[in-house]
Design a binder for this molecule. Structure first.
Ligand code: AHG
Ligand code: MN
Ligand code: MN
Length: 336
């Protein structure tokens, strides 16, 4: 077998980055390594999800004598487990848990980061073999090192993120993360069980031809949003079109595709849910950060997502995110 020694693994890459920043302590590399490990375990479970029906249902005991867990519960436990047992995270908040969890052991309280995540995004797609993912966000705590973290450590605006990323479990699995220095993507090489750098320095094209929105909700959207969607449908070659509509229903897969190919993703507020469906802390902020570092943009229709001061952990927000020039055009419609 030919081994390409120039291909960097996630660990090699983050260590290389450390060399370039003399004051770095290595805590973030450690944290990313932990998340990478949880991601590999979730990848393995996702890949055998189709077997659950023949191996036993959720709540059953499987042939190995283990309880069969719902995948989102499993994913949550993996993410929480690696971060709790690592030495780079002082506490977490998760879409799956009612409140944040402070890690109060002697080692964890010395850590400077807190982490928030959606352990399994797109969970309604699990049963039908469609891509799903994990989304995460890392902040520097505000409380003093050596103490137990507080709610304020979590309720920070997205522009305070130190890093954010996601893992998409798709035709291949990929881990993408951003720091202010750039966005990099790593594909899981199952033969060595390592995330390997496949998409260095990702930039979102300034313009694309894809728009992603749930058309089933069309008549629930605000008139300005409807007008923009109709404009997308009317695009011709002369004004950058024609556009194509793509909507998987897993944000992680929808936004990943648009990040790479260029496009716009929307989850607007509806009459029934004026704040939409997506969660600011676990879904919108991490993607807004990644998109901004990659050259794109994200808003709630009025405010840059990253500038919203959160008031509660599970708050929802409308979301518009994507290529810079497409976002600028959308903003003209929303302002009109
Ligand atoms: P989750 O599985 O974490 O609850 O998130 C699902 C979200 C998101 O991934 C996706 O974009 C959206 O739900 C789809 O919602 P609709 O089916 O209402 O379009
Ligand atoms: Mn989600
Ligand atoms: Mn979820």
């Amino acid at each position: 077998m030919i081994v390409n020694r120039k291909v960097q693994t996630l660990d090699e890459f983050t260590i290389q980055q450390l060399r370039d920043v003399p004051q770095a302590t290595g805590e973030l590399s450690h944290l990313l390594r932990n998340i990478g490990l949880a991601g590999k375990r979730i990848h393995r479970e996702v890949n055998k999800a189709g077997l659950v029906d023949i191996l036993g249902d959720t709540g059953d005991v499987n042939v190995q004598g283990e309880e069969v867990k719902k995948l989102d519960v499993y994913a949550n436990e993996q993410m929480m487990g690696v971060l709790r047992h690592g030495i780079a995270c002082a506490g977490i908040a998760s879409e799956e848990l009612p409140d944040f969890v402070a890690f109060d052991d002697a080692k964890s309280i010395q850590s400077k980061y807190v982490c928030m995540f959606d352990p399994l995004d797109g969970s309604s797609n699990i049963d039908v073999n469609v891509s799903i993912g994990t989304i995460f966000s890392v902040y520097r705590r505000l409380s003093p090192i050596g103490t137990v973290v507080t709610r304020e450590d979590f309720l920070q605006p997205g522009n305070r993120q130190v890093a954010a990323g996601y893992i998409v479990y798709g035709s291949s699995s990929m881990l993408v993360y951003a720091t202010r220095r750039g966005v990099n993507g790593f594909t899981l090489d199952p033969s060595i069980g390592e995330w390997t750098l496949s998409h260095p320095d990702i930039k979102c094209p300034e313009r694309g031809k894809i728009y992603s929105v749930n058309h089933g909700n069309f008549f629930q959207y605000d008139e300005k949003v409807r007008r923009y969607i109709e404009a997308c449908q009317k695009k011709t070659k002369a004004d950058g079109g024609p556009y194509t509509q793509r909507y998987i229903g897993s944000m992680v897969a929808d936004v990943h595709r648009n990040l790479i190919k260029g496009g716009i993703f929307m989850y607007p507020g509806t009459i029934d849910r004026p704040k939409g469906k997506l969660r600011l802390m676990y879904e919108c902020n991490p993607f807004a950060f990644i998109m901004q570092v990659a050259g794109g943009k994200a808003t709630d229709g009025k405010t840059n997502i990253l500038d919203i001061q959160p008031v509660e952990l599970h708050q929802r927000t409308p979301l518009f995110i994507g290529s810079r020039l497409m976002m600028e055009e959308l903003e003209q419609y929303l302002a009109s």
